[in-house]
Design a protein around this ligand. Structure first.
Ligand code: GLU
Length: 300
C-alpha cells in the first residue's frame, strides 16, 4: 500500500432527505478510499439550496452514518454556516473581473438565445448568451456569473478521472458563463463545493458519476481561485428496476438500518467489491477497505 499522508476525503450530502441505497454507496466509497489511503474523512452538509432542504434530514443522515460506523474524523460542517467564505471568494473573483453581476431573467435568456437562432430542446443545457458580460444595461443585478472564455478564446478543460480515464469539455460552448450566486440569493453548488473542498484541504473527491459533468466547471473555478485541484473518482450510479438513478426525487426509500451489515453488503455489491466474510460491521469495513485498496489504490 502506498499511504497518502495528507489524504483528505469527504462525503457531501445535500439534506434533501435521509440516506438511501444510492447515497450510501457514495458515502461508503468515499470512506473506503480515505481509509484505504490512511487519510482523513470529513462530512459536509450541503444545505445551500434552502428551498430543497428538508428539516431534520441533516441530523438523520448523520445518525445513519453513525449506525453504519462511517464516522468522520472531524465534526461535520454545514454550508449554511459558511456563507462568509463564499462571499469572500465571489468578492475576489469580482474584483478581478472574473465574475460579473447578471440582470437576466430566464425569459430574457430564452429571448436572447432564440434571437441568436437557438431552438431550445427539452432537457438541453442553456448556454448563457453573454448579455450582461459587458454591463447590466440598466437592469438590476440578480445573479452572479463566472466568465468561461469567449468565442475567440474558448476554455477547454481536460482532466483525469481514476475510473473514467481522460475527460474533456469545451466549457465555453457546452456550459457558458455559469451562476455562482443565484437570483434567489442562494449560493450555487459549484462555488460552495469548490470553496469548501479548498478550505478543508480535500485532496480526493469520490462521488457518483452523475456529478462528473460538473467537474470541468469546478476545475475552472479552482483555477480562477488559484487553489489546489483534488483527484477525482466518479463511480457508477445505483439504478432502480426501471434503470433510473436511485434518488429521492424518484422515490427511493430511506435506508432501513435495522440490519446495518446487510445495508453495507448491498452497497459493497453496488461497488463491485468481492463478497467479504464478516459477522459484524467493523470487521466488514476492515475487510472491505482491504478489498478497496487492492482494486483502487495498489493497482495505480
Ligand atoms: N451535495 C452533492 C449531492 O448530494 C454532492 C456534492 C459532491 O460530492 O461534490 O449531490
Amino acid at each position: 500500500m502506498n499511504p497518502e499522508k495528507n489524504y483528505v476525503g469527504r462525503f457531501a450530502p445535500s439534506p434533501t432527505g435521509a440516506l438511501h441505497a444510492g447515497s450510501l454507496v457514495a458515502a461508503l466509497a468515499s470512506w473506503l478510499d480515505a481509509r484505504a489511503q490512511r487519510g482523513r474523512w470529513l462530512v459536509r452538509i450541503e444545505d445551500t439550496d434552502g428551498p430543497r432542504c428538508v428539516p431534520g434530514a441533516d441530523r438523520e443522515i448523520l445518525r445513519q452514518l453513525d449506525v453504519l460506523h462511517l464516522r468522520p474524523d472531524e465534526p461535520p460542517v454545514w454550508q449554511s454556516q459558511r456563507q462568509a467564505l463564499y462571499q469572500q471568494a465571489l468578492d475576489e473573483l469580482a474584483q478581478r473581473s472574473l465574475a460579473y453581476p447578471c440582470g437576466c431573467t430566464r425569459r430574457d435568456i430564452e429571448a436572447a438565445l432564440s434571437a441568436q437562432g437557438h431552438e431550445h430542446q427539452r432537457h438541453e443545457e442553456r448556454v448563457y448568451p453573454g448579455t450582461c458580460r459587458d454591463g447590466l444595461h440598466g437592469k438590476p443585478a440578480r445573479a452572479w456569473r463566472l466568465r468561461c472564455g469567449t468565442e475567440d478564446a474558448p476554455v477547454r478543460i481536460d482532466w483525469q478521472d481514476r475510473r473514467l480515464g481522460p475527460q474533456g469539455q469545451d466549457l465555453t460552448h457546452a456550459v457558458g458563463d455559469f451562476v455562482l450566486k443565484r437570483a434567489d440569493g442562494c449560493w450555487a453548488y459549484q462555488l460552495a463545493v469548490v470553496v469548501d473542498d479548498a478550505r478543508q484541504g480535500v485532496t480526493h473527491v469520490v462521488r457518483g458519476e452523475d456529478l462528473a459533468d460538473n467537474t470541468p466547471r469546478q476545475i475552472w473555478l479552482q483555477r480562477q481561485l488559484q487553489v489546489a485541484l483534488p483527484v477525482y473518482l466518479h463511480l457508477p450510479l445505483v439504478l432502480d428496476a426501471r434503470g433510473e438513478k436511485l434518488s429521492k426525487q424518484h422515490g427511493a426509500p430511506p435506508l432501513a438500518l435495522d440490519d446495518p451489515l446487510a445495508a453495507l453488503r448491498t452497497a459493497g455489491q453496488a461497488l463491485q467489491l468481492p463478497e467479504v466474510e464478516a459477522g459484524d460491521v467493523d470487521t466488514w469495513l476492515k475487510r472491505a477497505t482491504e478489498a478497496w485498496a487492492r482494486r483502487w489504490v495498489d493497482a495505480r
